[in-house]
Design a protein around this ligand. Structure first.
Ligand code: C5P
Length: 238
């Protein structure tokens, strides 16, 4: 893997809640990482101008709003994200086949044969355990449920999943090479583990099948965030 290929795999988690911080990080890291992830906290605080601010500085976006609603609502929300110019967005696979298929269908209708955002599915949140699933009436082991939902997402035309690096090999096996796997829970060897529990290094996550790595604090909390990005790329390309 070249350094440029490794760089494009890094998605920086923009876990901030002011425009000043968005502008600071986008200015510092555009061109140094592949993408910026805007989640519910930042989007609820500052809205679509976060996306514009990153794009104006040359950064690409993963809009991590995990839609889960009736098919028409999720399809229309995803179209709205696409019109903002995001590269990746996501929804909950638990919304079902029809919700996912309607979303992909709406995107393909508006962007026929053109570049459109890739839609990822969240299968089972990594904060959920077998007990959590049982509490909502699902009596399957977590990994079985993860693979079942990943396959359902793929059959509905969804482009990939967000998953723990530990689940990546099973998903890769079930869904094939033409299916994106985006993994958080990644820690370079130089960084602190923070509150992450089941972690992998960037190099191991890529070996396990990850196409993109979501990385926040190992870059944000580093004394020199740009140097931290380069160190992560070193680890991935060695
Ligand atoms: O700082 P850190 O690298 O732990 O940030 C990881 C990012 O990925 C955060 O935005 C976090 O919310 C997100 N995430 C995660 N684990 C999941 C899903 C999302 O850490 N299972």
């Amino acid at each position: 893997m070249t350094r440029d290929e490794a760089r494009r795999k890094i998605i920086f988690a923009l876990d901030v809640d002011t425009m000043a911080d968005v502008e600071k990080w986008a200015g510092l890291l555009a061109g140094k990482v592949g993408m910026f992830k805007v989640g519910k906290q930042l989007f609820t605080s500052c809205g679509p101008r976060t996306v514009r601010a990153v794009r104006e500085r040359g950064g690409e976006l993963f809009l991590d709003l995990k839609y889960h609603d009736i098919p028409n609502t999720v399809a229309m929300a995803t179209l709205a994200a696409a019109r903002l110019g995001v590269t990746l967005c996501n929804l909950h696979a638990l919304g079902g086949y029809e919700m996912m298929a309607a979303t992909v269908g709406a995107l393909e209708k508006e962007f026929p044969g053109k570049d459109r955002p890739k839609v990822l599915a969240v299968t089972v949140l990594t904060s959920s355990t077998a007990e959590t699933l049982k509490g909502v009436g699902i009596n399957l082991p977590v990994t079985e449920m993860v693979v079942k939902l990943a396959m359902l997402a793929k059959s509905a035309g969804i482009d990939g999943v967000v998953a723990s690096p530990l689940e990546a090999p099973l998903i890769r096996e079930a869904c094939g090479n033409d299916f994106l796997i985006v993994t958080p829970g990644v820690r370079p060897s130089f960084a602190s583990v923070d509150d992450q529990k089941r972690i992998m290094t960037p190099a191991d996550a890529v070996k396990a099948g990850a196409d993109y790595l979501v990385i926040g604090r190992p870059i944000a909390a580093a004394e020199d965030p740009v140097a931290a990005c380069e160190a992560i790329i070193d680890e991935m390309t060695l």
